[in-house]
Design a protein around this ligand. Structure first.
Ligand code: FER
Length: 245
């Protein structure tokens, strides 16, 4: 494992690169965590290990305001995450050992993958949005995020939840994002894994994304939740199967 920082728009993104044993040249997958998440979560590590098992190097990166990266959580927005991801893609494209590039992310990181997949469609052999939270822009426009209602025409200064808070700019930015446009622009293979009992991002959104993409596969994990806490092994097996074929 190599640990380092990737520069993005004046901030440092905490990153870890794990190569499979004996790896010299080969595919690389960039892997993003979700909202309030980080790169050491069990489901992120399970994805990284499954890809390493299949001969794929994995670059885990923590986005603005998360994990060991710069920026405050309350200041993060999807624009900042997209800017970060574009810089990470540019970084990965310059690595001399990379043959094919893949992009994977969980939840809000899955939404990020759907956006950047469309924006940089030529760069990826395939994209893997896992439990993708692509209803966030819709929720921002309708006035409900994380189960907290607000007036979408008069955005509050702060959205408070648990022991955290998020500034109104998160909502303002999310309201401008139209994921369907970016779904339409990615014609390559899309691999989605979603737990059927996900309470944070309803399974319906995994199904709907799979229908809208030109070339998508959806693997359903029966009865599992947002982070696959009951069947982490099944989620990892699905990812191994994807890279095997
Ligand atoms: C929301 C639902 C899900 C939301 C964020 C998420 C900010 C993201 C979850 C995750 O990344 O794990 O309404 O609003």
């Amino acid at each position: 494992m190599e640990e380092f920082y990737i520069e993005s728009d004046g901030i440092r993104l905490h990153s870890k690169l794990d190569k499979p044993e004996g790896f010299e040249k080969g595919p690389l997958c960039i892997l993003f965590h979700g909202f309030t998440g980080h790169m050491e979560e069990d489901h992120i590590i399970a994805m990284q290990k499954a890809m390493n098992d299949m001969g794929v190097a994995v670059l885990r990166v923590e986005s603005y305001g998360h994990g060991g990266s710069d920026g405050a959580f309350e200041d993060h927005t999807l624009y900042k995450w997209v800017t970060n991801a574009l810089d990470v893609v540019a970084y990965a494209k310059k690595l001399d050992f990379v043959t094919d590039l893949y992009l994977c992310g969980h939840s809000q990181g899955g939404l990020l993958v759907m956006l950047v997949g469309g924006m940089c469609a030529d760069d990826f052999k395939a994209i893997l949005p896992i439990s993708p939270a692509w209803m966030i822009p819709e929720g921002a426009r309708e006035g409900n995020l994380l189960g907290i209602p607000f007036d979408p025409a008069h955005i509050p200064d702060l959205l408070c939840f648990d022991d955290k808070q998020l500034k109104g700019n998160y909502i303002r930015v999310a309201q401008t994002i139209h994921v369907e446009d970016e779904i339409a622009r990615f014609k390559g293979p899309v691999f989605i894994v979603h737990g059927t009992a996900d309470e944070a991002v309803p399974y319906f959104y995994g199904q709907k994304a799979a229908e809208l993409y030109e070339n998508a596969t959806l693997v359903s994990i029966e009865g599992d939740d947002h982070c696959f806490t009951h069947h982490l092994d099944q989620m990892a097996d699905a990812i191994r199967d994807f890279f095997r074929n």
